[in-house]
Ligand binder design. Structure first.
Ligand code: TYM
Length: 341
């Protein structure tokens, strides 16, 4: 078993990432990024990545991917990731991801890939628009498994929508180790207690996703101005009836607002439901809570975006550190499968 711990921290090796396919959302923040900054980087040896190769699995504009990658990296620092404590880098700067992805494709099966819910949903959307589904959309979870396994990752802090992909990474690690000898640590997903799946404010039966251009009214972006955030939350679709109760199946709109409010204020959604007599008051408080949570992120982003040299430097150092963490394990995997590495 290879075990290189570049930063030498005592806690678990944590890895997570975000795709630069659109502007980052409140879902990204509450589901994943906030914990990276508040918890994960302080507990152990954490690695966070802008997974730009994943953004090529759907039709994309090169200039936009470039812009969004820089913005995602800047936002990772703006939410509080400290490059002195953790490693922040861009996936395509470290060849080990693509190298290991191929071995993961040789470990996974076609059926496994086709069962992935996200593949089925995204492929259906592409087809409905008359587009063609890229092969990389199908093999995406192999690359994601490579991202995770290259670093000897123990914990993967993600929102609920990524749990199935992390499960697959677990299965692939176990299978590879059984076939070729112990090479990979078997990772597990860690989900937030509340807001593991923030829903679209206009369609609370769908996830709040960053790439849904057509539904921008239901998506709170991290860089939305406070007035825009207020407007979006106040116009959130609520459900029939008027009593405020936390019933995700029957009242998804209200349950979503309660979850967001709970995540922003540290309460619990069921407990909060009892303190509201009307949807209006719930929306007002949720809007203010979201504005306050995002305020420091927007402010820090503005300061960091003005200093591109700093962000570039962080990403350069991060890539170097990431490369030295990943390389020995990926080399070991190449040798284990019989390549003359
Ligand atoms: P992505 O870019 O879609 O989302 C980044 C993180 O945000 C979480 N998230 C949400 N959480 C709660 N509610 C939502 N509405 C919501 N939307 C997004 C996601 O669960 C994720 O944690 N495949 C991944 C990126 C990735 C990755 C990895 C993650 C690639 N390789 C390795 C972890 C480890 C993705 O598309 O995330």
């Amino acid at each position: 078993m290879v075990s290189t711990r570049a930063m030498g921290a005592a806690g678990p090796r944590v890895f997570s990432g975000v795709q630069p396919t659109g502007h980052l959302t409140l879902g990204n923040y509450l589901g994943a990024m906030r914990r990276w900054a508040e918890v994960d980087q302080h507990r152990g040896d954490a690695v966070f990545c802008v997974v730009d190769l994943h953004a090529l699995t759907v039709e994309h504009d090169p200039a936009r991917v470039r812009r969004l990658s820089r913005q995602a990296a800047t936002l990772m620092l703006a939410v509080g990731l400290d490059p002195q404590r953790c490693t922040v880098f861009v996936q395509s700067h470290v060849d080990e991801h693509a190298r290991l992805s191929y071995l993961m494709e040789c470990t996974a099966t076609d059926g496994e890939m086709r069962r992935m819910i996200q593949y089925r949903e995204k492929a259906a959307r592409v087809t409905a628009r008359g587009g063609s589904v890229r092969l990389s959309l199908l093999t995406y979870p192999a690359l994601m498994a490579a991202d995770i396994l290259a670093y000897g990752t123990q914990e993967v802090p993600v929102g609920a929508d990524q749990a199935q992909h992390v499960e697959l990474a677990r299965d692939l690690a176990v299978r590879f180790n059984q076939r070729y000898g112990p090479t990979f640590v078997v990772p597990k997903a860690t989900l937030p207690g509340v807001a593991a799946r923030v829903m679209d404010l206009q369609d609370p039966t769908s996830k709040m996703g960053k790439s849904e251009q057509t539904r921008a009214a239901g998506i709170v972006y991290l860089l939305d101005e406070p007035d825009v955030v207020r407007k979006k939350v106040l116009r959130a679709v609520t459900d029939g009836g008027s009593a405020v109760a936390y019933e995700p199946a029957e009242r998804p709109g209200v349950a979503n607002l309660l979850s967001v409010l709970a995540a922003c204020t540290g309460g619990d959604p069921e407990g909060l439901a009892g303190s509201y007599g009307s949807y209006g008051a719930l929306k007002e408080d949720t809007a203010e809570a979201v504005v306050e949570v995002l305020r420091p992120v927007r402010e820090r982003h503005a300061a960091l975006a003005a200093d591109t040299g700093y962000v570039d430097g962080v990403l350069r150092d991060g890539a170097e550190r990431a490369r030295s963490m990943a390389r020995p394990r990926v080399d070991a995997a190449y040798r284990a499968v019989g390549l003359l590495a």
